[in-house]
Design a binder for this molecule. Structure first.
Ligand code: HEM
Length: 422
């Protein structure tokens, strides 16, 4: 006979102030004190945190059909999101839309994106030396937005990209109509002539009855790609650059690896793809600074987790930030130590669903490959060319909202590295 405990048996906690200042550390210590399931109040809403790798597997894989994104992300966005986008769709509708978009994000596309991404990154990086000090968060925001705009939506550098930046980076909401009109013209072009960027794939798609997606649906997808794609990548990019500035020895190793893989500075796809030292720095930034610290779901049916029944309608959050700081998986979890990902340690392989900065399971972030690729490229270009140093006297802190970003930006001093003599 199994004993099933009810919702009321779940440990109930009041979230301490620390939750708003350091969400990962706070939830990791609640996990240590109470275990992987906790009930609490977030504003007016009662929520259940499911914490740790087992919980991640439960939410993202084994019981994923019970966990709704529409009632999770839709709830966080605070409004009925119509038309729905990839993040707020469930079931068959989601599967169909995801399959349509997938080719634009496939790993084989990265090699094709390389020249464009390098141009976008270098366009910014070449200005750094003359400026002396840059806020790498602001820099990363421009770079990552331009990547989505140009690579996925086919906007052209110049006025089109500037309009996109005005709306998404500088809060020019009054120009939203103008931007929508620009996207509509891009959609019309792509309906007339097929392209294989994200917008082109969606514009050409037909459902089982042969019907195309409406312009409104395409605009909703474009909006999601711009929002989901740039803020997250910018945050992780800024923290990764900060980590390089804080750990110059590791930055030198990244640089040495690039010198080996891309001799004479000749960048190739393989130089990024096969750069293990570089890749581990990106993974460590993902672990320490997951841009989506907690992710929401709404329960579509009763489920049982670790002997507790969670009723249909419950609001649930799983947490990358908490999982990434569990000392049982990651010894000395607070220290920046990319070598934890190298053999023989390979701490991320100890248990499934230990590293979930991009989510996991069939609905793992669709932009994961692109984001990792562009961030690796950004780090490689930055540390190859520059010595980075944290400008003293600034307050560096994370701001926890839906995404986690540097609260006051991160200012780094930029010094050109001396060319290596032959
Ligand atoms: C460092 C960068 C990024 C991080 C850390 C990140 C993180 C995540 C996470 C954690 C999820 C899953 C959320 C959940 O389980 O509820 C997700 C989903 C998603 N991400 Fe990303 N993301 C990044 C970059 C991107 C980029 C570049 C794009 C597109 C341009 C993108 C588009 C999406 C979309 C559309 C989804 C929903 C996928 C689905 O449900 O099928 N993300 N992302």
């Amino acid at each position: 006979m199994t004993t099933t405990r009810s919702m009321t048996s779940i440990p109930t906690v009041t979230l301490p102030e620390e939750y708003w200042l350091d969400r990962g550390a706070c939830l990791a210590s609640l996990y240590a004190a109470h275990g992987p399931i906790i009930r609490t109040q977030l504003g007016q809403v009662e929520v259940v945190f499911l914490l740790g790798p087992e919980a991640n597997r439960f939410v993202l894989q084994t019981h994923r059909h019970a966990f709704s994104y529409e009632h999770g992300w839709g709830w966080v966005f605070g409004r009925a999101v119509e038309p729905r986008n990839l993040l707020t769709m469930d079931g068959a509708e989601h599967q169909w839309h995801r399959a349509l978009l997938h080719p634009a994000f496939a790993a084989r596309h990265m090699e094709r994106y390389l020249p464009l991404l390098t141009r976008i990154i270098d366009r910014r990086l070449t200005t750094w030396a003359a400026r002396g000090i840059v806020d790498v968060y602001e820099e990363a925001r421009v770079i990552t937005l331009d990547v989505v705009a140009e690579a996925l939506l086919g906007l052209r550098p110049g006025p089109e990209v500037h309009l996109c930046r005005a709306v998404f980076l500088h809060g020019a909401h009054r120009r939203g109509g103008e931007f929508a009109a620009l996207l509509r013209s891009k959609i019309a072009e792509r309906r007339a002539e097929a392209t294989d960027d994200g917008l082109g794939l969606l514009a050409q798609a037909r459902d089982e009855q042969g019907r195309p997606l409406s312009d409104e649906q395409l605009l909703a997808h474009a909006d999601t790609l711009l929002i989901a794609g740039h803020e997250t990548s910018a945050s992780m990019g800024a923290w990764a650059l900060y980590s390089m500035a804080m750990h110059p020895d590791y930055a030198n190793r990244v640089r040495d690896e690039q010198a080996r893989l891309a001799p004479n500075g000749k960048l190739t796809f393989a130089a990024i793809e096969h750069a293990q030292v570089l890749s581990r720095a990106v993974s460590e930034a993902e672990r320490l600074y997951p841009p989506i610290p907690t992710a929401p779901r709404g329960l579509l049916e009763d489920v049982e987790f670790q002997g507790h029944v969670l009723p249909e309608g419950s609001k649930v959050l799983y947490s990358a930030a908490a999982t990434h700081l569990l000392a049982s998986i990651w010894p000395e979890p607070m220290s920046f130590d990319p070598d934890r990902f190298a053999p023989p340690r390979e701490e991320h392989k100890k248990v499934p669903y230990a590293l979930v900065g991009f989510g996991g399971g069939p609905r793992v972030c669709i932009g994961r490959t692109l984001a990792r690729f562009e961030l690796a490229l950004l780090l490689a270009r930055a540390v190859t060319r520059y010595q980075l140093a944290v400008v003293p006297g600034q307050r560096i802190a994370q701001r926890y909202g839906v995404t986690n970003r540097p609260l006051h930006g991160i200012r780094l001093g930029i010094k050109l590295r001396e060319e290596r003599g032959g």
